[in-house]
Structure formats: structure tokens, C-alpha cells
Design a binder for this molecule. Structure first.
Ligand code: AHR
Length: 620
């Protein structure tokens, strides 16, 4: 029997409890959420990104008659130095294979653009074609006549077939040389139809979770694996051809086409708070978790350069919130968003070792932000989690500096979540609030299964009870491209054509869609009061402030069905039938769909290995 506990006062639940963590890992940005279909569009890939890569990676020629050379003389912008010169005759040209093929849908429109400069005696036009593996044309168009100066050319094409692995072919109507750079192809249909936008299917799947905030751009990507690899937000804004690409520490390339403006815009489109995370002036964490040992040396941005670095962080806040009359606010307006993005939170540091080097730099940044922007809440980092660490150093620093929020990360086996249900009940309420920024249950194969997802659901029920102190949560990385995954677990897997939410995704979605603002304490009275059984049952009862609905979440991690009588009579709810959503299966199942069902409040039947959520409408 599950009964409300009238003696324990209700608790307020933070409005931001369920969020999302986007890291550019697993091809989450280029080749992923960023809808650009051309790989290495700026010819900026290098062997620094990946040993076998160079400026012509993903590019080839149509026939032997075409010669491609990479040049850097008078580029379109100093941040984008490489371009290709294609020397062609008799209709030969250049081919891009996309990110493992270009997925094209029949009837859809595609927006092509390129910077080009003709060097041929006779000026000609570029012919743009999308072709399938047999060479059949799926879409085509041509530019106007080229000029001898760099100029951008755009054209639109409609596809006449659906092909998962098309290629882009560009030929020239004259014999001779022509320079090309920033060769780009976007589906016209992006999420909310934004220019330079996001893949609609992936972004919609994220939106369906109803995340209250998005943390970006990492993870380790935010602080990088060396001083030169720190993520600098200023390199990622402005016209895309002027952004400064960078090696991604996860073994690929960041074009920064998806940059800070697009992250802020995405958050605005989701109705989610933006939570940027910047490096705390410390790139290298000697965390065994990642193996980024860097010869065991600890390093940080030299103190004489920290003033500039701190200013960059203050400028970021101005970029997000400043009026159009400020230097950085104007740049936001120039990008198409004169209204402020209303930034309220900023993460400083990601899972860094809390060394003296870290403390000195974090303290400096924290002080500067607090002085100039007292209303911005700084999120500190608890440091890497390992059994027994208890994050002591990170917490000590946060307590000393009175940092409002502290970011904790942990990836543990399901048993840890089952046996640590009082993890946050034990936290000191007088200290910083917790942002649980990354977590997941995992088994050795690190796949999301019914068993791991139910352990996460159990944890979230316990977090809801402790939402007076845990005010924000976000799961492990949001996205992972099949065949390009450096880290698991992740929330949503995908390839060029298909989105594959995990079991864990549906749990996050259920908590996001059924968040409440008040936690109602309850007692679970078991016929068999065995502790092992008790620990495998989870429950959370919350009230939605807006609708007044009572929301009930129930977890059954037992291999047997459980009969449950739900007694809510003390708040005037009597027995009735309600609509419920159930996620269940065998513990090892990796693909499930939530199922709609009905439940009798006084006779709930919880399937073996299941999660159940239902709302009891306020008018009852
Ligand atoms: O989520 C993948 C990595 O795991 C993140 O970059 C880091 O924050 C964590 O350790």
C-alpha cells in the first residue's frame, strides 16, 4: 500500500529539475545535430584532428581529368585559410561524400551555397548535382556566372528521390581553374526553420523531453585536453566562414558551424534555460576517468593571460544579455537576435581535479562574474567522482566561495543506484545546491537497457524527493552517432536517416513531461517488509502547480508483478481509473516504446521490471 505521509511537510521542487546535456562528442554537432550535409566544407580538416585526415578528406574528383590542389593565398577569411582550386576540363569536377553519405528525401528542398572565384580565361557557371551511387541525378541546379573575386553563390534544389547515401558533385561549365570554399548543403526544413539550423528529427526528439535547460558545449570539450584545445566561445560566433575551427579532443573536427549563437537560439526555441560551461582556466584534468594524463603534469592558462580569459567570460555574458548598444550585445543582434537570451547560469569548469592551479583560476573567474553580474548563478564543479572521493575538495571550495550550485557527475552500475537511495538525503542543506550534470546507470557493455533505465528512474524518484537541494539534473551526453561513438551511455543514438532513442531517453522524457513543483511525501507499506524488496521499488508523488494534477511515478525493479493500493484519500482523491504510461520489458531489452494503459488507483498492477507514470487530474 502506498499512502501519503501527512506528517512530513511537502517540499518545493525546482522548476529546472530535468534538463539536457549536449556535448560535441560522438559526432553530436558536425554530422549530427548541425544540419550541414557537407563534410569538411571549409577544407580545414588536418592531421591534428585525426592522423589520416587532411584538407581533402571527404572530397574526391569525378574523373581523372580533374586536379584538386589546396591553397591558402588570399583566402575568404584568415580564420578559414584553406580552399580548393579545382582544375577541370570537359565537365570534370569535385565530389563530396557527406558524413558517410548524404541522406536526401524525395520532395524536400535543399539549400546549396559556395564561395567561389574563377581563374579560367572564360567565366563559367558551377553545375551542382546530387547523385546516387549509380550516378543518377536526384537534384540539380546551377549558379550564375562566376566572378574573378570571391563571391558567395546560393541555389535551391528539390530532390526527386529518397537516397540515404547520395553525393554532391560540382562541375564547371568551362575548362580551367576555379577556387571553392565553404561548400554547403542544408535541408530547407531545419528545426524551427532556422538558417544554419539543426536537424529537425533530432532536435524534435530533444524537444519532446521538455528539457528545462541545456548545458553545452561539453563535458571535456569545454575545457579541452591542453591549453590550446580549450573551447573559446568567441571562435564560434559570427558568419560561419569567419569562425575558427578546432580539433575536437574526441578525435575529430569542430567546424563550429554549431556555435554559441546556435546553442543560445536552440535553447530559446526549446523554451529551455541556456547553461554554457566554460573552462575554469584549466584544460588538463589528470582524471584516470578519461586517461588525459598529459604526462602527469598539471597546467592552467598562465596567470598573466588570465585577465584576458576572464574578460572573455564576462563578454560572453554581455553577448547573451547585453543591450544592442554594447559591443557584444550588438554582435548577437547582428546575428539575428536583438532580444537578450536571458542567461542566468554559467558553469565554470567541468569535472576538473581540484588542484591549487584550478582553485586560483576558478576563484578569480568566480569573483569577476559575481562582481560584474551578481544575478548570474555560477555553477562550480565537484571534480571527478570515484568511490570514496565524496568530492571533498570541490565541495570545500564551493562552500568557502559560497558558489550557488555545484556540478556533480557519476556513472555507476544499477546496484549503486539501488543501494544509495539516500545519497542526497544525507546532503547538508546549508551548502550549495546540486546540479547533477551527468549521470547514468551502466553495466559493463554500457548499453541502455530496461535494467539501467529503471535504476535511473529510481534515482530520479529519489532526486525528486531531494529537489530542495538537487535543483538541476541532466543525463549523460545527449547524442551519439552510430559508428562514431567515443563514449557511452548516451541518450539518443542516430544515423543519417534515423533517430533511435534509448530506454533511458523514455525515462527522461517521462520525468520531463511530468515534472511537478511540489513533492508529497509518502509511505510504502509492504506485505513482505524485506529490505531487498523495498529497495527495488521506487515511488514519487508530486503536484503540478499549473494544472493542479497529482503525478505518480512508480518503479518496479523486481522480476514479479506487484499489486499496489494507492491511497490518496487525505488529499481528497478517491478510487478511480486513470490513464497511465508504462515502460517495461526484460531487464536486458534495449529497445522499448512507452505503452498507454489504464490503472485502477486502488488496484495498480506494476508489471515486472517496469516504470509507470500517471496524472490524476485536479478536478477529481
Ligand atoms: O560524458 C562524456 C564525458 O564524461 C564528459 O566529457 C565528461 O564531463 C565526463 O567525464
Amino acid at each position: 500500500k502506498l499512502k501519503l505521509d501527512e506528517h512530513t511537510p511537502n517540499r518545493e521542487i525546482s522548476d529546472l529539475l530535468i534538463g539536457a546535456f549536449f556535448e560535441d562528442i560522438n559526432y553530436a554537432a558536425d554530422g549530427g545535430l548541425y544540419a550541414e550535409l557537407i563534410q569538411n566544407r571549409g577544407f580545414e580538416y588536418t592531421s591534428m584532428d585525426r592522423k589520416e585526415w587532411n584538407s581533402l578528406t571527404a572530397w574526391s574528383t569525378t574523373h581523372d581529368g580533374a586536379v584538386l590542389t589546396i591553397d591558402t593565398v588570399s583566402p575568404i577569411h584568415q580564420n578559414n585559410q584553406h580552399y580548393v582550386t579545382m582544375n577541370v576540363k570537359n565537365g570534370t569536377g569535385i565530389v563530396n561524400e557527406g558524413f558517410g553519405g548524404i541522406a536526401i528525401k524525395k520532395g524536400e528542398q535543399y539549400k546549396f551555397s559556395v564561395y567561389s572565384r574563377a581563374k579560367s580565361a572564360q567565366l563559367g557557371q558551377l553545375l551542382i548535382r546530387l547523385v546516387d551511387r549509380e550516378g543518377n541525378t536526384i537534384a540539380e541546379n546551377r549558379t550564375k556566372k562566376l566572378s574573378k573575386k570571391w563571391q558567395q553563390y546560393t541555389s535551391e534544389m528539390r530532390a526527386n528521390a529518397t537516397v540515404s547515401d547520395a553525393r554532391l558533385v560540382i562541375t564547371y561549365s568551362q575548362d580551367g581553374a576555379v577556387d571553392l570554399d565553404m561548400v554547403s548543403l542544408f535541408p530547407k526544413n531545419t528545426f524551427r526553420n532556422r538558417e544554419n539550423g539543426l536537424r529537425a528529427d533530432l532536435a524534435t526528439t530533444i524537444a519532446d523531453m521538455k528539457p528545462r535547460f541545456v548545458r553545452f558545449p561539453g563535458g571535456c570539450v569545454a575545457h579541452g585536453d591542453g591549453i590550446e584545445n580549450i573551447y573559446h566561445w568567441k571562435n564560434t560566433i559570427g558568419p560561419v566562414e569567419q569562425r575558427k575551427p578546432q580539433r575536437n579532443l574526441w578525435g575529430y573536427h569542430q567546424s563550429f558551424g554549431l556555435g554559441y549563437f546556435e546553442y543560445f537560439q536552440f535553447c530559446a526555441d526549446l523554451g529551455a534555460e541556456p547553461v554554457p560551461v566554460v573552462a575554469a582556466g584549466v584544460p588538463c584534468q589528470n582524471s584516470a576517468h578519461h586517461g588525459h594524463q598529459l604526462g602527469g603534469q598539471q597546467c592552467g592558462i598562465p596567470m598573466e593571460e588570465m585577465g584576458d580569459y576572464v574578460q572573455d567570460i564576462l563578454d560572453l555574458i554581455e553577448y547573451a544579455n547585453g543591450s544592442v548598444h554594447t559591443v557584444w550585445g550588438k554582435k548577437r543582434a547582428d546575428a539575428g537576435h536583438p532580444a537578450p537570451f536571458n542567461l542566468k547560469y554559467i558553469g565554470i569548469g567541468n569535472e576538473d581535479l581540484i588542484t591549487d592551479i584550478f582553485k586560483e583560476r576558478f576563484t578569480m573567474i568566480n569573483k569577476a562574474v559575481k562582481e560584474k553580474y551578481p544575478h548570474i548563478e555560477v555553477i562550480g564543479t565537484a571534480g571527478p567522482f570515484y568511490e570514496g572521493s565524496d568530492y571533498v575538495e570541490g565541495w570545500d571550495l564551493a562552500t568557502k566561495l559560497e558558489v550557488p550550485l555545484i556540478d556533480e557527475h557519476y556513472y555507476n552500475p544499477p546496484g549503486w543506484f539501488i543501494h544509495n537511495q539516500d545519497f542526497y538525503d544525507r546532503y547538508d542543506r546549508s551548502k550549495s545546491k546540486v546540479y547533477l550534470g551527468e549521470y547514468a546507470a551502466h553495466l559493463p557493455d554500457r548499453a541502455s537497457t530496461i535494467e539501467t533505465a529503471l535504476a535511473e528512474a529510481l534515482h530520479l524518484c529519489n532526486v525528486e524527493r531531494n529537489a530542495d537541494i538537487v535543483t538541476m539534473t541532466s543525463y549523460a551526453p545527449l547524442l551519439a552517432k552510430e559508428g562514431h561513438t567515443q563514449w557511452s551511455p548516451d541518450l539518443i543514438y542516430f544515423n543519417n536517416t534515423t533517430v533511435k532513442p534509448t530506454v533511458g531517453y523514455y525515462i527522461q522524457q517521462a520525468f520531463g513531461q511530468h515534472a511537478g513543483q511540489t513533492y508529497l511525501f509518502s509511505d510504502l507499506q509492504l506485505a513482505n517488509p524485506d529490505e531487498a524488496i523495498n529497495k527495488r521499488l521506487g515511488k514519487s508523488i508530486v503536484r503540478d502547480a499549473k494544472s493542479g494534477d497529482i503525478i505518480v511515478k512508480l518503479v518496479n525493479l523486481l522480476p514479479v508483478e506487484v499489486d499496489l493500493e494507492l491511497d490518496l484519500s487525505t488529499i481528497g482523491i478517491h478510487k478511480q481509473q486513470v490513464k497511465a504510461t508504462v515502460i517495461s520489458g526484460k531487464p536486458t531489452d534495449r529497445t522499448v516504446q512507452p505503452v498507454a494503459t489504464t490503472i485502477e488507483l486502488d488496484r495498480c498492477k506494476l508489471s515486472p521490471y517496469s516504470f509507470t507514470v500517471f496524472r490524476i487530474p485536479a478536478h477529481n
